[in-house]
Ligand binder design. Structure first.
Ligand code: SF4
Length: 480
């Protein structure tokens, strides 16, 4: 986790369009804007016009990186795009995606959401084979592996299968060649990826996206998820599908439902908003408290706060005003600057909370420093009591599959009891939703819950684990 923030962050969002008639690049541009919440550090689009692949990428928000002139210049029948929040790899231009890789005279472009846990081993192997890397990103290792094997095997499809057999972790990838668009997902389905279509399917415009909210943004219909281990290919012959590697025990990232995905994104017919509302209801059943007002910490704490209030029949209201125009700032990682950063984004609404006993609902507590500041803000604004409720269990374990919790010592719940954390943040009471309570709110299926339980669905090489766990803690990984 970054020194300059106190929140878990998604690594990336991906989007791709194959179109027989529409300007795919323009659609990808709008799709990326709808996925901007998944990454604000870099953005990029690669487009294929039938002969070659062109690309524009850089550091910043989608609008800062890609101008309307770029969209016009990149116009193509197929395109992929990426927004990034760096966790693996540095924060420089070379890590911005898509990554290009050549094989023979051909080029592929690859955009990746997730983390490949054994990328370092694969990279070292490729370096021994003479491959030169421009960045330290795991996504470039995947692009290079596919490019190299596609040259050897004379088949991109075979090369993708080879990559899926040899790279492990959480991934949702879109890949563009001059003559086809591919979308594939890790065999546990850790990172999300959905398939949509625009217009009638026979019109031939197919879309892949990290979330359904971006399908809505361009007017596309949701068709289905890309299945764990599946490779979807769209070309002038239409869409086709095959199992790249056998699907393994399903392990969707449950944090997508708690926080990462946009509230209007849909899974199994239900919105993330509805699931978060239910989390608030369950939290109220598990940890009720008599108060005058329920508030949420914007934005992710708002739906569970509404659910909490509805369940207990307490008034729900606004307790913070959010400044929506504060872009991400790369500030000095001192505590003072972190506090200033929180103040720039949120301010307590005095009229709403003065002289009231309030419940404040949020999605998670990571370091605890931001929550302490938010509690203090509410007290300074006149709240008589501040009770904190968290819509998921305590985050105690680092994530290796695409979320930026690097080391366990950064997580306050890994070191302290709930009572100690309550005292640290200065709340009158503190409670977390239980894991069964959380699982009751999401669609039936298998979930990765490793950041709460320490039971990891994918083996992580010992060198990647080094220094990530506190002494005496016992994470559990699969045997093979
Ligand atoms: S460890 Fe947590 S954040 Fe990471 S994939 Fe699993 S549920 Fe998601």
């Amino acid at each position: 986790m970054r020194e300059d923030c106190d929140h878990l962050h998604e690594e990336c969002g991906v989007f791709g369009v194959w179109s027989s008639g529409q300007d795919a690049t323009r659609l990808v541009y709008f799709g990326l804007k709808a996925l901007q919440h998944r990454g604000q550090e870099s953005a990029g689009i690669a487009a294929a016009d039938g002969d070659s692949i062109m690309m524009r990428k850089g550091l910043g928000l989608v609008d800062q990186v890609i101008s309307q002139g770029d969209v016009a210049a990149l116009a193509g029948k197929a395109a992929i795009g990426h927004v990034r929040y760096a966790t693996s790899g540095a924060r420089d231009w070379q890590c911005a995606q898509p990554h290009l890789s050549n094989f023979g005279d051909a080029t592929i472009a690859l955009a990746h959401n997730g983390t490949l846990v054994n990328a370092d081993d694969v990279r070292e192997d490729l370096v021994r084979q003479g491959v030169r890397f421009r960045s330290d990103s795991d996504s470039e290792a995947a692009a290079s592996l596919i490019g190299l094997r596609a040259g050897d095997l004379h088949s991109v499809r075979e090369a993708i299968r080879y990559m899926m057999r040899n790279l492990e972790g959480g991934y949702a990838i879109v890949l563009l060649c001059e003559d086809a668009l591919y979308a594939f997902r890790d065999p546990h389905g850790i990172r999300p990826l959905v398939l949509g279509s625009l217009g009638k399917p026979e019109d031939g415009t197919w879309v892949v996206s990290s979330e359904t909210c971006a399908l809505d943004a361009i007017g596309a219909d949701f068709v289905r998820e890309v299945y764990p281990g599946e490779v979807v290919c769209v070309s002038s012959e239409g869409p086709s599908s095959e199992q790249g590697v056998p699907a393994l025990a399903e392990a969707r990232c449950i944090f997508e439902h708690v926080y990462f995905s946009r509230p209007d994104s849909v899974e199994c017919g239900g919105t993330m908003y509805g699931m978060r509302f239910s989390m608030g209801r369950n939290l109220a059943r598990e940890a009720p408290v008599e108060t005058d007002l329920v508030i949420g910490v914007p934005d992710s704490g708002l739906p569970p706060a509404e659910g909490y209030a509805a369940e207990l029949g307490i008034r729900y209201g606004e307790g913070f005003i959010k400044n929506r125009y504060v872009a991400r700032t790369f500030i000095e990682p001192t505590q003072g600057m972190r506090e200033l950063s929180v103040r720039m984004k949120l301010n307590a609404l005095r009229d709403s909370v003065r002289n009231k006993r309030i419940v404040m609902v949020d999605d998670s507590i990571v370091r605890g420093t931001t929550m302490r500041q938010l509690v203090r803000m509410q007290r300074d604004a006149g709240a008589r009591e501040v009770h904190v409720r968290i819509m998921c269990p305590e985050v105690r374990w680092p994530c290796f599959y695409g979320i930026d919790t690097d080391t366990q010592d950064q997580l306050i719940s890994a070191r302290y009891s709930p009572e100690e954390i309550r005292s640290f943040i200065g709340a009158d009471s503190l409670a977390f939703l239980s894991l069964p309570g959380l699982l009751r709110c999401v669609p039936a299926g298998g979930y990765c819950t490793a950041c709460y339980t320490g039971h990891y669905p994918v083996r992580v090489p010992p060198r990647q684990c080094e220094g990530h766990f506190l002494e005496g803690s016992h994470p559990r990984f699969p045997e093979t």
